[in-house]
Design a protein around this ligand. Structure first.
Ligand SMILES: Cc1ncc(COP(=O)(O)O)c(C=O)c1O
Length: 502
């Protein structure tokens, strides 16, 4: 047996204690079927507080807006609606997300409308007094037309900028750096025309700040973008506007894999396997974007950095503390000096540790073409848990039918490599293309728990293919030493005498 290459998940309380409640989780799947999503609404509120504590450390004002797109749950959005209105808002990127946020208790003044917007979305956002994060000059024209045409109040708008360019090196003498391209927002070079349009539409909209969202883990790139927003707002002030907030979007990240060494070993082994120096680590030698070109590894691994020493609120802290390239002072200082508020829109990181996805093991059999390996067929498919889809590689936790102390019994004892396959009759329906090591061979009836799936991995691609059941979602809470649950849609952040979370 080769040395197992684990990628064990990072689990913190209360998710850790939920994973320990094995009979409770089995009873949920017995009652509600497989797959099943389980959410911890209290954990999202705790994450919001952690982001807020970074604001306090830097003495900054402003709001944390939850990027709703990360999870469709009502329980999470309602739980956040119950937080301090001045501190927590929601970022909605579609008409349906806006309607959902309103129905969960968010008032319009706590809502940020982002992304490209259809007229209906723009109208409702303007009608309820949401802030409109302008995606393009055309959107500004359409919004101003709606405000005038339907007699709506003046709308607060942020200008979303992209295509940041800045000089690297001291005194601006170094190379010119262009930030990641984005098809969203207005390129900085086109901003002057947009500002002129804002002047023309001053009766309909009020410029309240500048925004960006960069889909990168690169913190320096984000510091540069933040500084460019501050400089842009200085220019706007000089033209008579009074902008007051910088919205730095999301992308603070999550550490999925607990142990840096495990992540290091696995990624090194992937390169070795691609070169043929060790047996494949993946289904039919899939390389996750790496390939062997004449004995050299080429390409870039399309993987989320599984182990992250700094993520979420810690990443925000770092971003606010690094010196900005032009003005030389850290973003937190720039914001304070200008009396600007800071807005953030965390999605993935705000729902870190907020839930898990459960699947029943349906069948286990040897993987014919891979001796010593097994195929484990689950009561779920690749559309139910899209970790792999997002390049997130992390092991599920085995929850035996009889509880954690149960003897392994017959079958493989000790670690075993398995391929996790879904319940669709399709060759491509693999839950993960990676060989997953489990502490022992699972048996039909056991559960596998995919931890930390609340960010983009629950139901992200769920469909009714082959009429397999789509996961139900429940909200759970531990009270007085026992776990209670209710359907996601029935959760409200208030306590009833009956004692369920809702
Ligand atoms: C405008 C905007 N804000 C926030 C987010 C959330 O990003 P993350 O989930 O990486 O924090 C996204 C993600 O696509 C986005 O497009």
């Amino acid at each position: 047996m080769d040395v197992p290459l684990y990628l064990r998940p990072r689990v913190e309380p209360p998710l850790a204690s939920l994973l320990g409640a094995v009979p409770f989780l089995h009873s949920l799947v017995d009652a509600l079927g497989s797959p099943l999503n389980v959410l911890l609404p209290e954990a999202v509120a705790e994450n919001a507080r952690r982001f807020r504590s970074v604001y306090r450390r830097h003495r900054l004002a402003g709001r944390v807006y939850f990027a709703h797109k990360a999870n469709r749950s009502s329980a999470l959005v309602r739980r956040l609606a119950a937080e301090d209105p001045a501190a927590v808002g929601v970022d909605v990127a579609s008409l349906e997300e806006l309607r959902h946020a309103l129905s969960c208790g968010f008032t319009g003044d706590r809502i940020m409308a982002t992304g490209p917007k259809d007229p209906e979305f723009l109208w409702l956002a303007a009608r309820v007094g949401a802030t409109v994060n302008l995606d393009s000059p055309g959107e500004l024209e359409r919004l101003a037309g709606l405000v005038r045409g339907y007699g709506l109040g003046r709308v607060d708008v942020l200008v979303r900028l992209s295509g940041f360019e800045s000089a690297a090196g001291h005194g601006g003498a170094g190379t010119r750096l262009l930030s990641r391209r984005s098809r969203f927002g207005t390129p900085v070079r086109d901003a002057p025309a947009l500002v002129s349009a804002l002047e023309r539409h001053a009766d309909a909209v009020e410029l309240t700040g500048a925004a960006y969202h960069l889909d990168t883990t690169g913190v320096e790139e984000k510091v540069r973008a933040l500084e460019q927003c501050v400089l842009f707002m200085d220019e706007c002030r000089a033209r008579g506007f009074a902008p007051r907030a910088v919205d730095i979007g999301g992308g603070f990240g999550v550490g999925y894999v607990d142990d840096a060494g495990e992540w290091e070993r696995w990624t090194t082994a992937l390169s070795e396997a691609v070169l043929g120096g060790r047996p494949p680590l993946t289904w039919r030698g899939h390389g996750y974007g790496l390939r062997n070109e004449g004995g050299t590894v080429r390409g870039a691994a399309a993987l989320y950095p599984g182990h992250r020493p700094t993520a979420g609120p810690g990443y925000l802290d770092e971003l606010l503390s690094l010196p900005a390239p032009v003005l030389g002072r850290p973003p937190a200082t720039l914001l304070l000096e200008h009396l600007h508020d800071l807005y953030v829109e965390p999605g993935r990181s705000l729902v870190d540790q907020c839930g898990l996805s459960l699947a029943r093991v349906r069948d286990v059999r040897p993987a014919g073409e891979e001796p010593g390996r097994y195929l484990v067929r689950l009561g779920m498919n690749a559309g139910d848990v899209s970790l792999e889809e997002h390049g997130v590689l992390v092991d599920p936790v085995l929850l035996p039918r009889g509880g954690p102390e149960e003897e392994p019994g017959k079958g493989e004892e000790g670690p075993v490599g398995v391929f996790l396959v879904g319940n669709l009759c399709l060759e491509a329906d693999l839950i993960t293309r990676r060989l997953v090591f489990l502490p022992r061979l699972p048996r039909a009836g056991d559960l596998l728990a995919f931890a930390n799936t609340a960010g983009y991995a629950m139901d992200f691609h769920a469909h009714h293919a082959q009429r397999q059941p789509v996961a139900r979602t429940v909200a759970v809470e531990e009270r007085g030493g026992s776990w209670r649950w209710c359907p996601d849609e029935d959760y409200w952040p208030i306590t009833h005498p009956g004692g369920t979370p809702a």
